[in-house]
Design a protein around this ligand. Structure first.
Ligand code: NAP
Length: 300
């Protein structure tokens, strides 16, 4: 039986693994895709102390190397269910393997939200994208739109401005939500324009994206924008845990304080999946450390 199973190898999961190894716990990390989580889709991380300018992929690799150096075992598999029996957890994995542990750290993170307009699902992968760093290169010298006003939308618009001929950032209000430093960098991108107070009504195109039907929410005027690509960056949704009985808030985030303890003894929520005010890499790694401290106190 393991001491801990850490589910997810984003920054929160990796930090938990590093702290678990240093606490000499028997911990295993289960990751269904690649290390780094959402961070891996960021072309440049500029707010992680001491390591400015790395790409999210590079920072994820560094965290993985650090965890591996301390002996972390990362298993690439998916947790399908977790049962709580006789003060131990039994996890069933996609591969058919079963694991047992005293504790669970849920570091499953979040995934992109959808816009929910006609054409979005039909044209997903045919001009509709949720990842500028993954798909941006397909839009070299093309016109693209980015939807949203948060950090991700601004980062996407800046990144895409380096390859697309023009980028239109479409935001439903007249003020961006993203960091001031990002807004300043955005202003310097000559081929980026912003459509304020504008919402997308429909994404149009027969086989691939051809245009967007838009509406100005101030004067209610409808208009069209010709684009070949649309990058949706309208926020995130937590990834649901494969476990019953967890207290979640109205948005689906697992309710836990700074100590990361959930309502179930031995289960800790870390990183973006936890209810919190600030979702950043630094707050995710802090959660990883706090969860290990809580676990060692609870099972001392
Ligand atoms: P976010 O901060 O929640 O921003 C989502 C944006 O999409 C908001 O501007 C929101 O508008 C808009 N929006 C939401 N639903 C919409 C809809 N149906 N139609 C049109 N627009 C809609 O999400 P995010 O940018 O994906 O970032 C997620 C989290 O990761 C945030 O906590 C963010 O700070 C963090 N993050 C940080 C960094 C960094 O520090 N460099 C980088 C990436 C992400 P309103 O503004 O009107 O609500």
């Amino acid at each position: 039986m393991h001491d801990l199973v850490i589910i997810g190898a984003g920054p929160a999961g990796m930090a938990a693994a590093i702290y678990a190894m240093r606490a000499k716990l028997d911990a295993v990390v289960i990751e269904k895709e690649g290390c780094g989580g959402q961070m891996a889709q960021t072309y440049e991380v500029d707010n992680y102390p001491g390591l400015p300018g790395l790409s999210g992929m590079e920072l994820g690799e560094k965290m993985k190397e650090h965890a591996a150096k301390l002996g972390t075992n990362i298993v690439y598999d998916e947790v399908k269910s977790i049962n709580n029996q006789d003060e131990r957890f039994i996890l069933h994995l996609e591969s058919g393997q079963t694991l047992e542990s005293k504790g669970i750290i849920l570091a499953t993170g979040a995934t992109h939200a959808k816009l929910g307009v006609p054409g979005e699902d039909r044209l997903a992968g045919a001009g509709v994208s949720y990842c500028a760093t993954c798909d941006g290169a397909f839009f070299k010298n093309k016109s693209v739109a980015v939807i949203g006003g948060g950090d991700v939308a601004i980062e996407d618009a800046i990144f895409l401005s380096r390859m697309a001929s023009s980028v239109t950032l479409i935001h439903r209000r007249n003020e961006l939500r993203g960091a001031a430093s990002l807004q300043e960098a955005l202003k310097k991108c000559e081929n980026v324009s912003i459509l304020w107070d504008t919402v997308v009504e429909e994404i149009n195109g027969q086989y691939s994206v051809e245009s967007l039907s838009l509406r100005n929410v101030k004067d209610n005027e409808d208009f069209n924008l010709i684009v070949q690509g649309v990058f949706v960056a309208v926020g995130i949704n937590p990834v649901k845990a494969a476990m019953d009985g967890l207290n979640c808030n109205e948005k689906g985030y697992i309710v836990a304080g700074e100590d990361c303890r959930t309502n179930i003894k031995g289960v800790y929520a870390v990183g973006d999946v936890r209810s919190k005010n600030l979702r950043q890499i630094v707050t995710a790694v802090a959660d990883g450390a706090n969860a290990i401290t809580s676990f060692t106190e609870d099972f001392r």
